[in-house]
Design a protein. Sequence first.
Length: 326
Amino acid sequence: AAISACGKGSQWHLARDLLSLMPAVKVVPNEITYSSTISAYGKGGQWQLALDLLSRMPYASAVPDEFVYNAAISACATSGQWQMALDLLSVMPDAKAVPSHITYSAAISACEKGGQWQLALDLLGLMPDAKAFPNLITYNAAISACGKGGQWRIALELLSLMPEEDIIPDEITYNGAISSCEKGSQWQLAQNLLCSMPDGQVTPNTITYNAAISACEKGGQWQLALDLLSMMPDARVVPNQITYSAAISACEKGGQWQIAMDLLSLMPMKHVIPDEITYNSAIRACVEGWKWQLALDVLSLMPTAMAVPNHITYNAAVSACEKGGQ
């Protein structure tokens, strides 16, 4: 229980120390102890330590079970080690450990973080034969994997399959689906999904609006991006850096430099601190508006906001000066 508490508190060092103290007090670690320690390592990003502990279990006469493997695969997933996660999944039958939906969900999550959408779908397809039936977490990971892989059609197909499995999508599901539409420049579909959320009794959050606004930005729909931003207070959703950066970028691409500047000046009043991405979009808006002096003014504001200019920032400022004949 103490080691499990360490895991939940991301105190992997303490979990390791407690495990090492057990022989001195004549307490023999069992599968639960190892599972909890491996889980603590995973939550602390220590996947190598997790796998090392797994490999040492036989020497302590402890046989890894399904829960130990789940913890180890999750540790690999957290750190994006998809190959290692799949290797662990493949050796489970030899260890007489039966993979469950938790196992597959963790492996699919590893593939999602590693950009392996095809493998994620392969694992999802294997689950029924393994009598491991997908749940909400499984579908969320698979939809996110497809989104990151630019497969918005497959992501939406997975979303449509969920009711057939009696699985109710949540905000994470919709966020993944809307994000996949954003990456595929499908702003209309992103808006349709956002509008359909209340019907599914799902409440949009900041991530949802950010993805939808970004979809509008990529689709050249600056007015719609601003409409979504204006809807957020009534929806009790608080805009953040990403929200304003996407909205400013939408204005920049729509040639609306004045509105972009208004949004930038509004951010401090909303207790949102602009970052370099925000400033870059604002400076690019000045380029499109032929406002070289304003571009330099925006550049000069960056140190005050602790935002460090990068090559994109300077390239945009130089472009503004070139357009202004400076």
